[in-house]
Ligand binder design. Structure first.
Ligand code: ZN
Length: 153
């Protein structure tokens, strides 16, 4: 077991036990969107405040497994206060991370690249090895994406 795997496990547990940006925003004006992962029973509700093309605030409630809840906490820290174009790019990059196929590239090299690109979010990269958990990890992200689409329409 590598030190990096220990670090990642610690990050996931930390965000599960002490979720960031937990709670609700008054809706309206905040946009409220719900997500559900029937495979695991995970639920997440995302509250979005968007002003002048910036995601000025985000809050989440929900319950479910440690992967789904830590992923929503990690997501909130990654996107809060960011322009929507950056938020969308981060969503796309994360979903790409979650669909990455096993490659022959050096594992340490790949881990280092993920850490550089994603920071704490890279902690979730290991989920790819467990296909049944990918929907847990992407639940909050798909819910956020749906909320942004609803706001744009
Ligand atoms: Zn789950």
């Amino acid at each position: 077991m590598s030190n990096l795997e220990d670090l990642y496990r610690e990050i996931i547990l930390d965000h599960y036990r002490s979720p960031r940006n937990r709670g609700e925003l008054a809706s309206p004006p905040a946009h409220r969107v719900e997500g559900f992962n029937p495979l695991c029973g995970d639920e997440v509700t995302v509250y979005l405040d968007v002003n002048d093309g910036v995601l000025t605030d985000i809050k989440l409630t929900g319950h479910g497994c440690s992967i789904s809840q830590s992923s929503s906490s990690l997501m909130s820290t990654a996107v809060k206060g960011k322009p929507l174009e950056d938020v969308r790019a981060t969503i796309e990059a994360f979903k790409e991370l979650m669909t990455a196929h096993e490659t022959t590239t050096d594992e340490e090299e790949r881990d280092a690249t993920n850490l550089r690109t994603f920071g704490e979010l890279a902690a979730l990269a290991g989920v790819v090895k467990f296909p049944v958990r990918i929907k847990c990890a992407t639940l909050a992200w798909n819910t956020l994406q749906q909320g942004l689409q609803e706001l744009a329409s």
